[in-house]
Design a protein around this ligand. Structure first.
Ligand code: MG
Ligand code: ZN
Length: 378
């Protein structure tokens, strides 16, 4: 509180200075604390990493024009830019992109948790589980799809879905929610991985999120709610992502040692691949709402760092003028694939300031890991 007052005085002094210089620039003194850069000396106990797959700056900007509510992206005090190229290509895919966040290495497109020699590299989930931190993953794709899978698997090829599902059973993940039932119970090898998950101490639900009953904190939880990917927002997915996020936060935060939660808005990417602006924007708004849940939790908690970023941009998406009419936006795409453009990184909470600037996607892993281990050594 004292620190905040001190900052407030500095802002006042600066604005007085500007006014006395009689500049035309209007200087306003913000009274809000909500997007102040945190000056508290609190350490990072928990990290919520939200990945908008394929979410470039135009996608984020869409929240400003197509969302009736004020965008939650505006609540972040610190913004940086991430360079997304993989080891093999200038333009990354989601597997190499997520491996950069999960393991801190640049690898080839299609690789999950392995380096360019196809050798396994440690994931942040494996590292922090050893020091007692709980971990969770939520995705609107199947849970074995590239982005969530990078956090628990070591696989040469992202398309090896049944193999990836087997690795989830043996991973350190404590909470997961997404689609992909068929990779667990309709397999070539006839194994019943749902049963195997239960034998590993999971409570598995393939019907719905238990929103009205209290989650069982002493059990690991798995929610597989679609055969493959979850339905589109446009096809009635409803509040899956926001509700799964609430449930995960309620469960994981019961661990006094802290938690790491990765939440993916997978289908922002799929709307981009389809060059379907309505699909893309509906997924983006759902992701925006989910960011709101994460920020509400973090603001109350005070020891939670929230990071929002993307693995890459998809679609070469732009909010263009419409036939000379500058008062009308026409969403357009320049590719059916990914693009090389840098993607934004938003941060709020303890150490958020470290996310300003331009850096490689791998440094997001480096920062997250150092915060968890710094905290643990004290
Ligand atoms: Mg993805
Ligand atoms: Zn993609």
């Amino acid at each position: 509180m004292n620190l905040f007052l001190k900052n407030y005085k500095i802002v006042l002094l600066i604005s007085t200075f500007f006014m006395s210089c009689n500049t035309q620039q209007e200087v306003t003194v913000s009274k809000t604390t909500s997007n102040e850069v945190s000056t508290s000396s609190k350490k990072v106990k928990n990290i919520i990493l939200l990945i908008g797959d394929g979410m470039g700056l135009s996608q984020v900007s869409a929240s400003q024009f197509y969302n009736k509510k004020t965008s939650n992206f505006e609540r972040f005090p610190v913004i940086g830019l991430s360079k997304t190229s993989s080891a093999s290509e200038l333009i990354t895919d989601s597997a190499a992109g997520a491996t950069a966040f999960a393991s801190g290495i640049k690898t080839y497109n299609g690789a999950l948790g392995v380096n360019t020699d196809t050798l396994a590299v440690k994931t942040i989930v494996e590292e922090i589980s050893k020091i007692g931190i709980s971990t969770g993953i939520i995705s609107t794709s199947s849970i074995v799809h590239a982005t969530p899978a990078a956090f628990y698997t070591h696989t040469k090829k992202r398309s090896m879905y049944e193999d990836i599902a087997t690795q989830l059973v043996n991973s350190d993940i404590d909470f997961f929610a997404g689609g992909g039932i068929k990779y667990f119970n309709d397999r070539k090898d006839k194994r019943d991985l749902i049963l195997e998950l239960e034998q590993k101490g999971f409570s598995v639900n393939t019907q719905s999120l238990p929103m009205n009953t209290k989650p069982v904190f002493n059990k690991k939880q798995g929610y597989l709610l679609a055969s493959n990917g979850m339905p589109k927002m446009l096809d009635g997915r409803g509040e899956f992502l926001t509700n799964a996020t609430k449930l995960a936060l309620e469960s994981l935060s019961s661990n006094e040692e802290g938690f790491f939660l990765m939440i993916e808005g997978s289908q922002i990417d799929w709307g981009g691949h389809d060059n379907d602006a309505e699909y893309l924007i509906s997924e983006l708004i759902d992701f925006d709402n989910t960011i709101g849940i994460a920020l509400d939790f973090a603001e109350l908690d005070g020891e939670t760092l929230v990071i929002v970023t993307a693995d890459h941009e998809t679609g070469g998406f732009t909010l263009a003028q419409d036939n000379g009419d500058y008062n009308k936006i026409k969403p357009v795409f320049s590719t059916g694939g990914h693009s090389a453009t840098m993607v934004p990184v938003f941060a709020k909470g303890p150490n958020a300031i470290d996310f300003g600037g331009i850096y490689e996607n791998t440094s997001i892993y480096n920062k997250m890991k150092s915060f968890f281990f710094e905290n643990n050594n004290n």
